[in-house]
Each structure stands twice: as C-alpha cells, then as structure tokens.
Write a protein that binds this ligand. Structure first.
Ligand SMILES: C[S@@+](CC[C@H](N)C(=O)[O-])C[C@H]1O[C@@H](n2cnc3c(N)ncnc32)[C@H](O)[C@@H]1O
Length: 232
C-alpha cells in the first residue's frame, strides 16, 4: 500500500477542473485556471494588505468572524467540498442581509473563497513568502488505518508549500484538532520542517474565534489540541 496518495497531474486533472475563486460580496466567480499562476494577491484583492489562508473552511464560521474582526487582513479560504463552499457563501449573504450591509460598504471585501483542492492551490498558485498565516482547523483525521494516508499533514509537497509560501520572519501556521493521535503525528511531522518552529499559544490573536467544529466539540466537552508555528 502507498504511504501517501499520488498527488500528480493526473489526480488534479480529475479533481480540480471546476476550481473557482469566489467574491462572496460581489457574487463574482472566476475560474481559477483563468488567473495567472502564481496569483498576484494585490490584483486579486485590490489592496496591499497581508494575506492569510484558511484551509478546509467547512461551514465558514472562522472565515466570517476573522474577516469581520480584522478588516485590514485579506483572507482566502480554500475548500474542496462544493457543499461547504455553498453553505459558506450563504453564511456571508445571510449575515449581510440580516445586518442590512450594502454590497459597496466595503465589508468583507477582504475575503475570497477558493473552491479547489488545497494541495493543488498551494503548490501551483500561492507565491513564495506571500502568506502571513495559514489556519488549519480540525483537518480530516481519517482515523481508519487504511485511510490515514489521506491526512493532509502526511503530504510532503503540502508541507513544503506551506513552508515556501509563509512570509519570512513571522509567518505563522495555526493548527487545532480534537484528535490526540493526529495531533502527535502533526507535531512529529512538522518537527522535520526545521524552518517552522513551535511558538507559545498565547501569541495567537485567533484563540477567541471558534470554527464550527470547535463550537460543536466544546459543547461535547472534548479536549482541543492547538499549536502555532512560526517560520524563521
Ligand atoms: C473536519 S472539517 C473541518 C471544517 C472547519 N475547519 C471547522 O473546523 O469547522 C475538514 C474540512 O476540510 C476540507 N478539506 C479536506 N481536505 C481538503 C483539501 N485537500 N483541500 C481543501 N479542503 C479540504 C473538508 O472538505 C472539510 O470541509
């Protein structure tokens, strides 16, 4: 059995032709393949704010809260499941309707959704040293032994891409999971990427923003494991 899935052009040809970048406020959708690779963040967002990436945003709670609380940071969420992309689009629309926020108010102009595979997106579209932070919360743990090869932190190309694209001197990777065994594995694997160093948790601006999974697990009283890494 392979230790890792075969992330190659053939795999991506099957899994990513639909890839889109979505502006939730303007309801504007562009095919990812129509954008230059790597992406020019300044052109995409129309500003020079720092860029942070959330991988696997699920129902989008973190993305909405973070982009609302930190309007001078650009957020791009990457999600491969169409169902969750649609739920998150609707979450932003609902919020704007509920609070009567006009499209041209400027709110949420710092958010884009990328409906695509994160490995594909990072390895092909994210420029070197251009990301202020990655947020990876409750990555699929694939608990069954035969499925564990799908764990995103097992993909060497993915970890190389995170390291390459984080900003030098301060770029951060935020991780949280409820799955103790996966957390140990994540720490062991990241220890091999020597440019990424664990830093104290109290250096997180984000601990107060919970994802949908975190809300659920907190209610269930589950322990949540967190780590923050910094690129040196
Ligand atoms: C367990 S859910 C967690 C969702 C959210 N982060 C939260 O905490 O509520 C994991 C999410 O990652 C997404 N995902 C898994 N692998 C992915 C990949 N390679 N690229 C993009 N999204 C991925 C899944 O579709 C799913 O929505």
């Amino acid at each position: 059995m392979n230790a890792e899935p075969r992330y190659n052009d053939l795999y991506y040809k099957r899994t990513t032709p639909h890839s889109q970048i979505i502006d939730t406020v303007q309801d504007k959708v562009v095919s990812l393949h129509d954008l230059p690779a790597p992406i020019d963040w300044q052109t995409l967002f129309g500003n020079t704010y720092p860029v942070e990436v959330e991988i696997g945003f699920g129902k989008g709670r973190f993305l909405l809260e973070a982009s609302k609380q930190f309007p001078l940071i650009n957020y791009i969420g990457v999600e491969r499941a169409q169902k969750y992309v649609e739920i998150t689009r609707e979450r932003f629309r609902k919020y704007m309707r509920h609070f009567s926020i006009e499209k041209n108010s400027g709110m949420f102009k710092n958010v884009r959704l990328a409906w695509t595979d994160a490995n594909y997106f990072l390895t092909r579209y994210v420029p070197d040293e251009s990301v202020q932070a990655y947020h990876i919360y409750f990555p699929d743990p694939w608990p069954k032994a035969r499925q564990q090869k799908r764990r995103i932190f097992r993909n060497k190309d993915f970890l190389d891409a995170i390291t390459r694209t984080l900003m030098l001197g301060g770029g951060k990777l935020y991780v949280a999971t409820d799955f103790a065994e996966y957390f140990t594995e994540i720490q062991e694997r990241l220890a091999l990427w020597t440019k990424l160093k664990p830093i104290p948790l109290n250096s997180s601006d984000y601990e107060h923003i919970a994802t949908n999974f975190e809300m659920k697990y907190r209610l269930e009283g589950r322990k949540i494991y967190r780590a923050v890494y910094e690129k040196s």
